[in-house]
Design a binder for this molecule. Structure first.
Ligand code: R2B
Ligand code: URA
Length: 346
């Protein structure tokens, strides 16, 4: 047996305290897939009473600060970021820079068009994350792994709260290894699971392990599937829903046989991958569970769209030609633009 049920005795109290009220009313396992009322005009809102005591908040990794006043009397961050409706992030700085240019091109001739001749300009300090704003879309790289995306999400949530941004949807656009799907497929995550195949992101806090439900809002999944379905012929690649496993390691943590160290056999790997497939997992990457749990805790609409670079049931090495991989890399961004288009009514 996999998932929460197997560990119910250990996880139930630990998980329940992290569920938002509507979800907590159901069992933890049901809560992991529940619709939990994300609709309505709402500001991005952090959950930390200590922030209220601070006159100024320096967002260290972004190189931006709250507390400055714009000429119109508003907080400077509100002037710059108050109109944000989407935050799109992905691992690679190069890919997210390209995405910023693609979004800018897409907005040409619309109300979100950049001023004539302007290109997306990198914001903030750029040495950790490559960060851009194009109309209502905030774009950033997040590096590899859950610790890296976690730092970014804490600072982006605070930034958007200072900015009084409303109704913002967070999207992670990434790459992954497929589990029983054709390479090049974009998997829209319906929920995250950790390396123990439990629907949580597990984080030690003050010497205690916290199990944070890795819940994705099903409404956003449906919206993405509907927008990409309507554009299926233009997009030209499959988009499917499925659970996503997030590992803290590319090699042993993802059951690969080609790392520098491996203490298991091919049959052990295949047993595990088949167990994942049976549980509904369709791809493996390194950030989704953290991303899902963080956005769930702050009641932020979010989803994860990752292209699969290979089918892990067929092998471990990423062997497709460079041109094929470059084209695959563009796919989550194309799916996100189709979704944002539909949401913005363009
Ligand atoms: C997908 O690709 C990266 C590892 O190659 C990692 O960031 C992820 O989630
Ligand atoms: N990224 C991962 O984390 N795993 C893969 O197999 C491919 C990309």
């Amino acid at each position: 047996m996999v998932g929460l049920a197997r560990n119910r005795a250990v996880l139930v109290p630990a998980v329940a305290k992290h569920l938002r009220p509507a979800a907590a009313a159901t069992s933890p396992a049901a809560a992991a897939t529940a619709t939990t009322g994300f609709r309505g005009v709402r500001c991005v809102s952090t959950k930390n009473p200590h922030l209220e005591q601070m006159d100024m908040d320096f967002l260290y990794h972004l190189g931006l600060s709250s507390g400055d006043t714009a000429p119109d009397g508003r907080e400077k961050l509100e002037e710059l970021f108050g109109d944000v409706k989407f935050f799109c992030c992905g691992g690679s700085a190069g890919r997210m820079t390209q995405f910023a240019h693609d979004v800018a091109q897409h907005f040409e001739g619309t109300e979100h068009e950049l001023p004539f001749g302007a290109a997306p300009v990198p914001l903030g300090k750029q040495d950790r994350y490559s960060f851009f704003k194009v109309g209502p879309v905030l774009i950033s790289s997040h590096g590899m792994g859950q610790p890296s995306v976690s730092i970014l999400l804490h600072e982006i949530a605070k930034l958007l709260e200072h900015a009084k941004a409303k109704d913002v949807t967070f999207l992670r656009l990434g790459s992954s290894g497929g589990v029983g799907v054709e390479p090049g497929t974009v998997v829209v995550s319906t929920g995250g699971v950790n390396g123990m195949v439990e629907p949580v992101y597990s984080l030690p806090v003050l010497g205690k392990m916290e199990h944070l439900p890795a819940i994705i809002n099903p409404e956003v999944v449906e919206e993405i599937l509907s927008a990409t379905g309507a554009q299926a012929a233009n997009l030209g690649f499959p988009v499917v829903p499925g659970k996503t496993m997030s590992a803290d390691c590319f090699y042993e943590g993802q059951g690969r046989l080609d790392g520098a160290i491996c203490d298991y056999q091919e049959s052990d790997k295949m047993d595990f991958l088949n167990r994942l497939h049976e549980y509904g997992v369709r791809n493996i990457e390194m950030e989704a569970a953290q991303f899902a749990s963080f956005t769930h805790r702050l009641n932020i609409r979010s989803c994860i769209m990752c292209v699969t670079l290979l089918n892990r049931l067929d092998g471990d090495q990423v062997l497709s030609p460079v041109e094929t991989l470059m084209e695959y890399d563009l796919r989550p961004g194309k799916a996100a633009i189709a979704y944002m288009n539909a949401q913005l009514g363009l």
